[in-house]
Write a protein that binds this ligand. Structure first.
Ligand code: ATP
Ligand code: MG
Length: 234
């Protein structure tokens, strides 16, 4: 579904990504991990088409993202549901309205809104909170609103950048269970996080970055040791 091939991205003197290659299959759940500054958010932004690589390619569903025309970018973004650390909810709108905004943006038929919003709020366990305002919700609930908003447009991929950054451990665990459920229902999921605790628990594929390079990759679930891969030099 997504292929990064020899991707390099430099900002000024910083090599945010240095010859990074990996592939994510449709229906997979992967973690991008690594310490602050490792390049996780840069990968997220490249997949969204917000920035383009200096070298290498990012292929999403067979299309080279860097070659998309400006008018094709909104269509590309629509295929990706994004979840951020800071929730990005609109404070003056109710929970339901926050989710509806995503449908308005893609121009979905207004007759369908109610049903679709109800469906995703139920999926994330917020069916009783639709009329509340963000200030009346907990951090975990706010993050579930942002997940509902990401899901309502029926994206192929859920891309989350530090989704548990503002949550306590228990709430973070619950959110990850929700990502797992969404993945088991067929969505491809990529979670960028430096939160090692949640990564180890789920037993999903992990791509570990450090200073812009892949330093490890493998399935952590059930394995004590990380499977090291050799990063080929070009
Ligand atoms: N727009 C930018 N301008 C300059 N430098 C940047 C920019 N974006 C990223 N960088 C640099 O690229 C490197 C990788 O940044 P990135 O945000 O991808 O890291 P990260 O792994 O997401 O870190 P964190 O865990 O702190 O979110 C960092 O050294 C960062 O300072
Ligand atoms: Mg980041």
């Amino acid at each position: 579904m997504i292929i990064l091939k020899n991707v390099t991205k430099t900002f000024g003197d910083t090599k945010a990504l240095d010859n990074v290659s990996f592939e994510v299959e449709k229906g997979e759940f992967i973690f991008l991990t690594g310490p602050s500054g490792a390049g996780k958010t840069t990968i997220v932004r490249l997949i969204l088409g917000e920035i383009t690589p200096d070298q290498g390619k990012i292929i999403f569903q067979g299309h080279d993202i860097a070659k998309l025309k400006r008018k094709e970018i909104p269509d590309h973004r629509q295929k990706i549901g994004v979840v951020f650390q800071d929730f990005k909810v609109l404070p003056e709108r109710t929970v339901s309205e926050n989710v509806e905004v995503a449908l308005a943006v893609i121009g979905a038929d207004q007759k369908e809104w109610k049903e679709r919003v109800k469906h995703v709020l139920k999926l994330v366990g917020l069916n009783k909170k639709g009329r509340l305002f963000p200030a009346q919700l907990s951090g975990g609930e706010l993050q579930r609103v942002s997940l509902a908003r990401a899901l309502v447009v029926n994206p192929k991929l859920i891309l989350a950048d530090e989704p548990t950054g503002n949550l306590d451990w228990e709430t973070a665990d619950k959110l990850m269970e929700l990502f797992e459920k969404i993945n088991s229902e067929g969505k491809t999921v990529i979670v960028a996080t430096h939160h090692q605790g949640i990564v180890g628990k789920l037993g999903k594929r992990v791509i570990e970055l450090r200073e812009g390079k892949i330093v490890g990759s493998g399935d952590k679930g059930g394995h004590k040791e990380k499977v090291k891969i050799k990063v080929e030099e070009v």
